[in-house]
Ligand binder design. Structure first.
Ligand code: HSE
Length: 300
């Protein structure tokens, strides 16, 4: 019998918190089901988005969890989070896979173990074991991750007015890897200070429900966002349109190309992309819960 877990999409970085901050949101979700078998492998991929088994983060994540908890399993991935859009698609599959393995074995991992297992899935498909998206999808709400030592903290965010706008142009294979390669190896102390300060303000704004502060805070990134903006077609026009329509802050969701808007202005941003010849969808998002037991997806 299939044992299934669902995990939600997420927006990582939230401006200044590169690889550290992420918010789980209800834009989309993935469901991963497992059942005991002789060999651990993906046997079924369904849903709106067909991510081939060999590029699916669920496999490495489930393997890592099974190594600790024992056993092996066949895996069914039902993909609802669009891949390659900066919405934590691989993170959602990986987090759901780890939770499904816990449910199947009837054993629990510590938070850090679970997030590390899920990050193995990220590493497999994006080349880097960044744990921000997986921590958000696994734990829900707002998360902050530190790597050395490895720690994960979770906050219950207030429900603020947030939108993600998703452009549907073709993105190259290995998009996240490419979006990491444009970043510098080192940053100046001045920029580091700005990012640390901005990250603290992002957390404070979510905890106090301060929309103005969140808008300011998500734009306090002098390092990652400006470089990645160059990779996103029409980013400047889209950003400007959102701001003119009332957005309090605009940043890139994860490695992009989707954007995260604080306050209104999502429709204007989508219109700006359409004027550039790119179809775009606006999603009003709320913070989502962490990975949880779910029934097997209906395929009817
Ligand atoms: N923190 C990661 C990055 C998220 O920005 O590369 C990727 O989804």
């Amino acid at each position: 019998m299939w044992v299934c877990a669902r995990a939600h999409s997420s927006s990582a970085n939230l401006g200044p918190g590169y690889d550290v901050l992420a918010l789980a949101h209800d834009a989309y979700s993935d469901t991963v089901c497992v059942k005991p078998a002789k060999e651990t492998k993906i046997v079924r991929v369904t849903g709106e988005w067909k991510v081939p088994a060999e590029k699916n983060s669920a496999l490495a994540a489930a393997r890592a969890a099974l190594e600790i908890l024992g056993g092996s399993a066949e895996i069914w991935v039902h993909k609802g989070v669009p891949p390659g859009r900066g919405l934590g698609s691989s993170g959602a599959s990986a987090a759901a896979a780890v939770k499904a393995v816990e449910l199947m074995t009837g054993k629990s991992l510590s938070v850090e173990e679970a997030v590390k297992c899920a990050a193995r899935g990220e590493e497999e498909v994006s080349g880097a074991a960044h744990a921000d998206n997986v921590a958000a999808s696994y734990l829900g709400g707002l998360v902050a991750v530190s790597y050395d030592p490895f720690k994960v903290v979770q906050f219950e965010p207030e429900d603020l007015e947030l939108q993600v706008v998703i452009p549907w142009h073709e993105v190259p294979e290995g998009k996240t890897e490419a979006a990491r390669k444009v970043l510098p190896e080192e940053v100046s102390l001045r920029d580091a200070v700005k990012m640390v300060g901005g990250s603290a303000l992002v957390i404070k704004a979510f905890l106090t429900g301060d929309l103005e502060l969140l808008g300011t805070a998500v734009e306090m990134d002098p390092v990652v966002t400006p470089r990645r903006a160059q990779l996103i077609p029409c980013f400047e026009e889209v950003r400007r349109a959102a701001k003119e329509a009332g957005a309090k802050g605009v940043t890139i969701s994860g490695a992009g190309p989707s954007i995260l808007i604080v306050g209104g202005g999502g429709e204007a941003a989508a219109e700006a992309w359409r004027r550039c010849g790119i179809e775009a969808t606006v999603k009003y998002v709320k913070p989502a819960r962490g990975a949880y037991a779910a029934p097997p997806p209906s395929l009817g």
